[in-house]
Write a protein that binds this ligand. Structure first.
Ligand SMILES: *Cc1c(COP(=O)(O)O)cnc(C)c1O
Length: 394
């Protein structure tokens, strides 16, 4: 019996990918073992974050890094760092920014549900640029001169949301932002794999980059990483850690936060509610090293077989077509039905069966269901194949 059944919840077969609402990635056994081990010893959390910083710096090429409670929390902490620096009074003040500079510039069409993360720190997003391509009214997106025109004494950063098309091109925007004296914050939460992207945004000159720990990295769902400039990571630490301690007795990790870098210890900052446990940090680090070494590719063969098995079910079947989608990570299968009503019905039937199978309905409006093999195990293939066959034969 599943541990979830013991508590009256039905477990699902997740064919929808590392979706947060379905619990995200499955953790590899070595990650789980490290997590169990870490939960049984005490450790100084600042020293642990300093160790995490060294690992994250090594795999990303950044000056420093930090483990957060997810990429969304990383956005909040990154924005807080840009607003407060290492100043305890400013750290104490958030999210009420008052007269503090708090504006983050963002390309109009990069606005998305996750930008609440930046706003939660007290930042105000200022939209710039014209998305003429999406509107079909022209060819341009955000132009560097528009950043120059928008920067003023209240600007603290430029935000950039990394997408599959990498539009607008990041490098010229970074160059202009830096010329204007503002840092660039990149939300790259879902841009892994390929593992090369761990380094790409830092190499391009970004000042802070956020990744999810519970998506492709395969760490705990409630982890994420921030990597980037050391002075910003130091400000993240002061906004985040519990430092309820006598200043003279507190022993900050010298390589991440030298004692001379800050003048006083802040009270609990805005990040105090985003605590990351020691076992989560250790599990994330083990998962990150594994992912960065390319270990996920060893499972590509298995995942391709799962995808092929699903494709065989729909082959030559009237009223449905299957197509392999390979965008650099684990393969997905796109199942196209005659209309959205049919796709919705099949989605529901799969979910309501025993066991429940969750396909990805992100494109159900076009009559499409996606089978994402990222979170599937080979032993789940026969179950999916049998259920899909039974439903489609009806
Ligand atoms: C998933 C995602 C996030 C949030 O990541 P969590 O680790 O779940 O907090 C933020 N931004 C984008 C673009 C994402 O895809």
């Amino acid at each position: 019996m599943s541990i979830y059944q013991r508590f009256g919840v039905r477990p699902l077969i997740n064919a929808a990918g590392t979706k947060t609402r379905l619990g995200g990635a499955h953790m590899p056994p070595e990650v789980l073992e490290a997590m169990a081990e870490a939960a049984q010893e005490a450790v100084d959390m600042a020293a642990l974050q300093a160790a995490a910083s060294r690992v994250i710096a090594r795999v990303t090429g950044a000056e420093a890094g930090y483990v957060t409670s997810g990429a969304a929390a990383a956005l909040t902490l990154g924005a807080a760092a840009c607003i407060t620096g290492l100043d305890p009074a400013k750290i104490d003040q958030l999210p009420n920014t008052g007269d503090l500079p708090n504006e983050i510039l963002i390309f109009r069409s990069h606005r998305n549900s996750y930008d609440h993360g930046w706003r939660a720190a007290g930042a105000r997003l200022v939209e710039i640029g014209m998305d003429d391509r999406t509107a079909g009214s022209g060819v341009r997106l955000l132009e560097p001169w528009e950043i120059e025109a928008a920067v003023n004494e209240r600007t603290v950063a430029l935000a950039y949301v990394a997408n599959l098309r990498n539009e607008p091109a990041l490098e010229p925007l970074i160059e202009t932002a830096h010329a204007c004296g503002i840092p660039v914050l990149v939300d790259a939460a879902g841009r892994l794999p390929p593992e090369e992207n761990l380094r790409y945004f830092i190499e391009a000159g970004a000042d802070l980059v956020a990744f999810s720990g519970g998506k492709a990295i395969g760490g705990p769902q409630s982890t994420g990483i921030l990597c980037g400039k050391k002075h910003l990571i130091q400000a993240v630490l002061l906004n985040h850690l519990d430092m309820d301690m006598d200043l003279d007795l507190w022993d900050p990790p010298e390589d991440l936060l030298p004692r001379a870098a800050f003048k006083a210890l802040p009270h609990h900052g805005i990040g105090r509610g985003f605590k990351v446990s020691r076992e989560n940090i250790i599990a994330l680090l083990v998962a990150l090293e594994r992912f960065a070494s390319g270990a996920w590719r060893e499972e590509l063969g298995d995942r391709r077989e799962i995808a092929q098995a699903v494709l065989r079910v729909v082959e030559d079947r009237p009223g449905i077509s299957g197509q392999l989608v390979d965008s650099g990570g684990y393969p997905r299968v796109k199942l196209t039905f005659p209309d959205t009503a049919t796709a919705r019905r099949i989605y529901q039937q799969l979910l309501d069966g025993e066991p429940g199978i969750a396909f990805d309905p992100s494109d159900v409006y076009s009559g499409v269901l996606l089978v994402d093999t990222t979170t599937l195990r080979p032993e789940e293939t026969p179950v999916i194949v049998a259920r899909l066959q039974a439903i489609l034969s009806n």
